[in-house]
Design a binder for this molecule. Structure first.
Ligand code: NAD
Length: 471
């Protein structure tokens, strides 16, 4: 059993003032695996005070010193990759190959930020002005459970590269990953107070971060509903905010697509991270004359998708993170049936042969309309909707008819045509015939998928304020 009873404030591991014990679970078994003692409002305020005290000196540190810090942090996280992979499997249930990728990604974002910082110029001339980019102040960084270690490292890397100091509130459901990351980052030897990590509830620690006058910037990844409440509580002090929120991403299969490649790719886009991905391609848009072919291929391909033990290398869909999340996904599957969608594969309940754990049957509905609840709301599980369209205009109109705009996918054998369509889609990222990630390009959402961008120069500038000096 794990017992995590420290938070990290001002360069030291301290017992939190908060006394609540929060139960941690292995989602693959549904069994308790330990407890984490949660920080409270007082701990959050202590962490903010430490970050505030560290800010004046750190904000004036040289670029090369910060590059060195980021490289030390990168090496520190790299050295715990195996331990982190294990924790991601145990407390989150990510299939092993995904868990390995996630642990590597947590280290990789620190090196990526070091490279961006090396190439960045903090001062430029515009007319008679010298425009300097100044760090914003203390940043509050709030992460979700679906990629906790990656978001801690990614947000922290950008904040520190800019010269901000930080207080991190990781997801309370990811305390094992947080403990490993914190121990590793401590060894990187940064000055005390530059970053502080306080695991606590959103309604206590999270609310303090999003409302405290000494927090200049909040970078949040999580649900759209909480993102809106953070925007509201930050308004009183006009905090700068970056919000990375939900999605309902379209996968446009054009009529010229090679379906034998497009259907497996659509499945991968939909079921990535066991469907618990903000960028999951959950609305598959198919030309109506090719629906029958797509349905047949879906059945064939879904037969190869294994949901089950995350440690089995053949597994591609792991469990849902919590019982609550499992129940939510079940409710949507039921809703899809009640709304009259055609169940191609999957359905309610546990996958065949599985008796315990929060596993879902990978599910695909077809003949879905874009007005059905399963096509409009983010399900955050392995449940996909096939929607038909009559022509290209209708395809674009359905793709954009959503409150979200995080990512979109276009699958076609005509790259020029796909590129033209990409320009008409309202989403922060459009992937043409690929599922690749580009860590130097901006990432973030249009509409209710968020505000602002992360990664690369755009992500760095989200922690900076321009100042014009005229002489
Ligand atoms: P969530 O919004 O419930 O929680 C996210 C974080 O916010 C947690 O640390 C939580 O404790 C904290 N929080 C909760 N209430 C708060 C409050 N009132 N004030 C401040 N903080 C508060 O989200 P989740 O369930 O952890 O994650 C799933 C959601 O995250 C999905 O909607 C998904 O789409 C989204 N997500 C978005 C991205 C992206 O980059 N756009 C990436 C991953 C996940």
């Amino acid at each position: 059993m794990h017992h995590i009873d420290h938070v990290y404030i001002n360069g030291a591991f301290v017992t939190p003032h908060g006394e609540e014990l929060f139960e941690l679970f292995n989602p693959a078994t549904g069994q308790s695996i330990g407890q984490v003692r949660l920080a409270d409002e007082l701990d959050a305020k202590g962490a903010i005070a430490a970050a505030k005290q560290a800010f004046p000196e750190f904000s004036r540190s040289t670029k090369s010193l910060r590059v060195t810090h980021l490289r030390h942090m990168h090496a520190a996280i790299q050295s715990v990759e195996d331990e982190l992979t294990e924790a991601i499997i145990e407390e989150y249930g990510a299939p092993i190959s995904r868990a390995r990728w996630m642990a590597k990604h947590a280290a990789g974002v620190l090196e990526d930020a070091a490279v961006v910082l090396e190439e960045y110029t903090f001062s430029r001339r515009i007319g008679i002005a010298e425009v300097v980019m100044q760090p914003l102040g203390v940043a509050g960084l709030i992460t979700p459970w679906n990629s906790n270690a990656g978001f801690i490292c990614g947000k922290l890397a950008a904040a520190l590269a800019a010269g901000c100091t930080a207080v991190i509130k990781p997801s309370e459901m990811s305390a094992l990953q947080t403990a490993i990351v914190t121990r590793a980052l401590h060894k990187a030897g940064l000055p005390p107070g530059v970053f502080n990590i306080v695991t606590g509830r959103g309604e206590t620690v999270g609310v303090v971060l999003s409302s405290h006058p000494d927090i200049a910037k909040v970078s949040f990844t999580g649900s759209t509903a909480i993102g809106k409440s953070i925007l509201g509580s930050g308004a009183q002090t006009l905090k700068r905010v970056t919000l990375e929120l939900g999605g309902k991403s379209p996968v446009l299969i054009l009529e010229d697509a090679d379906l034998s490649a497009a259907v497996p790719m659509a499945i991968q886009a939909g079921f990535m991270n066991s469907g618990q991905a903000c960028i999951a391609g959950t609305r598959i848009l198919v030309p109506e004359q090719r629906l029958a072919e797509v349905e047949t291929l879906m059945i064939e391909e879904l037969a190869k998708v294994r949901a089950g033990d995350p440690r089995d290398p053949d597994t591609s869909v792991g469990p849902m993170v919590s019982l609550k999340q499992w129940e939510r996904v079940q409710r949507y599957i039921q809703l899809g049936i009640e709304e009259g969608a055609h169940l191609v594969v999957g359905g309610p309940g546990l996958p065949e042969g599985i008796k315990a754990g929060w596993f879902v049957r990978p599910t695909v509905f077809s003949r879905v309309t874009n007005q059905m609840t399963i096509a409009r709301e983010e399900i955050f599980g392995p449940v996909l909707s096939i929607i038909t369209y009559a022509n290209e205009e209708e395809a674009i109109s359905i793709a954009n008819d959503t409150p979200y705009g995080l990512q979109a996918y276009i699958l076609s054998s005509d790259p020029a045509r796909a590129r033209k369509l990409a320009s008409r889609i309202d989403a922060g990222r459009v992937l043409i015939n690929t599922l690749a990630h580009e860590p130097r390009a901006p990432f973030g959402g249009f509409k209710q998928s968020g505000i602002g961008r992360e990664y690369g120069t755009f992500g760095l500038e989200a922690f900076l304020e321009p100042k014009s000096i005229l002489s």
